[in-house]
Design a protein around this ligand. Sequence first.
Ligand code: PLP
Length: 232
Amino acid sequence: MITENINDVEKKIEEACKRAGRNREDVTLIAVSKTKPVSYIEEAYNTGIRDYGENKVQEICDKYDVLPNDIKWHMIGHLQRNKVKYIVDKVCMIHSVDSFRLAEQINQECIKKNCDMDILVQVNIGHEDTKFGLNEDEVESLIMEISKLERVHIKGLMTIAPYVSNPEENRELFKGMHKLYVDITQKNIDNVSMSVLSMGMTNDYEVAIEEGATHVRVGTGIFGERDYSKNA
Ligand SMILES: *Cc1c(COP(=O)(O)O)cnc(C)c1O
């Protein structure tokens, strides 16, 4: 089932790229494996997928220990400062930075472990109370501040768009994210080299690609519905 789902998602990504006049290589598919067992990831791995998204520190550590070390783990969930130390040497990117204090903590833990960390600044583009992330007008000043940290490297922006029944409803938000991304890129801020725009999930990744996403995060569309009933 997972292999078929991946083939289906892959086809849709290719078609969205074609519609937008983009190259397939310019979009990275991140398979969001949160709550799903290791065996599911192994099946996806065997189809060639190397980028996986998780939102819990403990789950990243558990899976990291037992899965191949060429997997690139993406931290896509809200991150508490006291847990940063467990993942700075395990993940390739933290998508969910929304404060200087968190970035500072990442920097300190990287110094201790002698590593570096790529990060994205999370933007709450839909202005939803339930979502983490900054308003658009706060993004540039946070990036200026974070850019001074030596071990933390800002690569771009991430957003979680609202859940909508018709993905077209999110097109304007994705456009707005792309504009913000281009605006900030053009400021040429020292030590910032923007190359990642992480947006689009199962429900709306095709629209996100049409509007310029470089990374899409697809969970349900690959691994099926998540069951949270056991640890509610
Ligand atoms: C769970 C999650 C996803 C994947 O959502 P699906 O709708 O299952 O594709 C993507 N991004 C983030 C930040 C998530 O927490």
